[in-house]
Design a protein around this ligand. Structure first.
Ligand SMILES: [Zn+2]
Length: 490
């Protein structure tokens, strides 16, 4: 532990607090719903509106601490969390990763001797993706409230969940409930970058500090449609990311005398073909159960096609209808390939010797990149164009069980709290820290607990990210109930 760095960081936090006008720690004195000495039951946790209001303040403070990654600078946000937890007598620990970057861990004990295989981890990340400031209508780090929405980078992803985890954790402490398992609060860094400060390294360096059998993290969402919760997608698995370089080579020369082997032309032709590629459909057990559940919630027409996707006579047509209806559904059914970066040329009057593109590939769990490369090579069929799989491909992790007690608890609370809306198992097309946890035998489930519309969900990683305050409060309530139901002895 680097004390110099911690002291510098603390000084930085105080300076920042003075500059922005927010206090270093929580501003509201602890006033919990629990009665000291009495265990709470899920029903006793009762009204969470007071802690939700406090948590809204923490969320606003966290948005004001810019943790855009790169560079992240999560240490300042980590110190802030340390202060909030200390106000409730919780001793948290800062885990320094690389200069300026830290994670935070804190634990509520159930017994003198920890049993990691039973412990529940509440995990969220401190960093955010960057902003294109000019495209926002408000200050992305201002935590501005307009018409019942709190705006700011990270409002949903993932500072919203971080503040909700903090609320569930602190209200559990205040309740003095007898726990049947340890509950661990973990704020990770470098989730959006996945580099040397990320969960992979955190596990390598500090696993004993947060080893757990169960985790709740981001990854799944509560989908709000026509003013009602349609379902909660509980992430139990995720796709695997990797990149392929497409490299076209030819002869460089004077642009006044065009040649047939111009690599720019060859690359463009290859990408046009790749752009039309659609990998074969492959049902994982989670995706099969997702569509079975969703078919009953969609309108008759879509529901009918969802049910027909594995029939011999209409299967192919049904798969096409469902894939065309939603980019999310399309990406849940197959490996996908998206060209993302183009690089070619040195001057307007020079034919370059090389042109390159990057393909971002998302594989279904269990699929191999070689299958995609073979298909694309056949499709491109150009000796001037080569495909090269890039290093640092993601690792496939085992999926979390849909039969575990934890999955059962989440399903039960979701259905109770969202008017009977079901929890459906969800395979995210995006990556989360849960893959690394699952590789370490953690039953990690993903659920950002706030009911959100498609429009609000699209703003994550986009412009004008925002969270409806009513959804935030509801999410705090639901998450608290999940934690109490699973971790409090009753
Ligand atoms: Zn996230």
């Amino acid at each position: 532990m680097n004390w110099n760095r911690r002291i510098q960081a603390l000084a930085g936090t105080v300076a920042l607090a003075m500059a922005t006008g927010f206090p270093v720690a929580a501003q509201v004195p602890p006033t919990g719903p629990g009665i000291p000495g009495n265990p709470v039951s899920p029903s006793q946790i009762g009204d969470t509106s007071a802690i939700a209001r406090e948590a809204q303040g923490w969320l606003a403070d966290l948005i004001k601490i810019n943790t855009s990654n790169p560079p992240g600078n999560e240490q300042i946000a980590a110190m802030y969390l340390l202060g909030v937890l200390a106000k409730d007598g919780i001793k948290a620990e800062i885990l320094d990763m690389t200069p300026g970057r830290s994670a935070v861990v804190a634990r509520l004990r159930s017994a003198a001797v920890a049993n990691p295989s039973k412990a529940l981890l509440l995990v969220a990340h401190l960093d955010t993706v960057p902003v294109e400031k000019g495209r926002w209508t408000v200050d992305p780090f201002g935590a501005v409230i307009i018409d019942g929405y709190l705006y700011g980078r990270g409002a949903i992803d993932d500072k919203g969940m971080l503040a909700a985890n903090l609320a569930a954790f602190i209200s559990l402490k205040r309740s003095m409930a007898r726990l049947n398992r340890d509950v661990i609060f973990l704020a990770t860094d470098d989730e959006e970058g996945g580099g040397d400060a990320s969960i992979r390294m955190l596990i390598a360096k500090h696993w004993d500090k947060f080893a757990a059998g169960f985790a709740i993290n981001e990854g799944g969402n509560v989908f709000l449609k026509n003013g009602k919760v349609q379902y909660a997608g509980v992430q139990a698995d995720e796709k695997v990311a990797c990149n392929i370089a497409v490299i076209a080579r030819g002869t460089s020369g004077h642009a006044s005398q065009p040649t047939k082997d111009n690599p720019v032309t060859h690359l463009a032709a290859a990408l046009a073909k790749i752009g039309n590629y659609s990998a074969p459909v492959h049902f994982t057990s989670i995706v099969r159960r997702y569509f079975e559940g969703l078919a009953a919630l969609e309108d008759d027409d879509i529901g009918k096609w969802m049910r027909s996707m594995e029939t011999t006579d209409r299967g192919e047509h049904a798969q096409r209808v469902i894939s065309d209806a939603s980019p999310l559904w399309n990406a849940m059914l197959r490996d996908t390939v998206a060209p993302t970066v183009l690089t070619a040329g040195v001057a307007n009057n020079v034919i370059p010797a090389e042109a390159r593109a990057n393909l971002n590939v998302r594989l279904l769990p269990g699929d191999s990149i070689n299958g995609v490369v073979n298909d694309l090579n056949k499709l491109v069929n150009d000796p001037q164009v080569k495909l090269e799989v890039q290093p640092n491909a993601g690792l496939a992790s085992p999926s979390s069980s849909l039969e575990s007690e934890f999955y059962g608890v989440i399903s039960k609370v979701v259905s109770q709290e969202f008017g009977g809306a079901p929890a459906l198992p969800f395979q995210s097309t995006w990556l989360t820290d849960s893959a690394q946890l699952r590789l370490h035998q953690v039953q990690a489930l993903g659920l950002v607990p706030f009911p959100l519309t498609q429009d609000d969900l699209k703003r994550m990683h986009g412009d004008d990210e925002r969270i409806p305050l009513a959804s935030f409060a509801k999410g705090v309530d639901v998450l608290s109930k999940i934690v109490v139901e699973f971790a409090v002895a009753h």
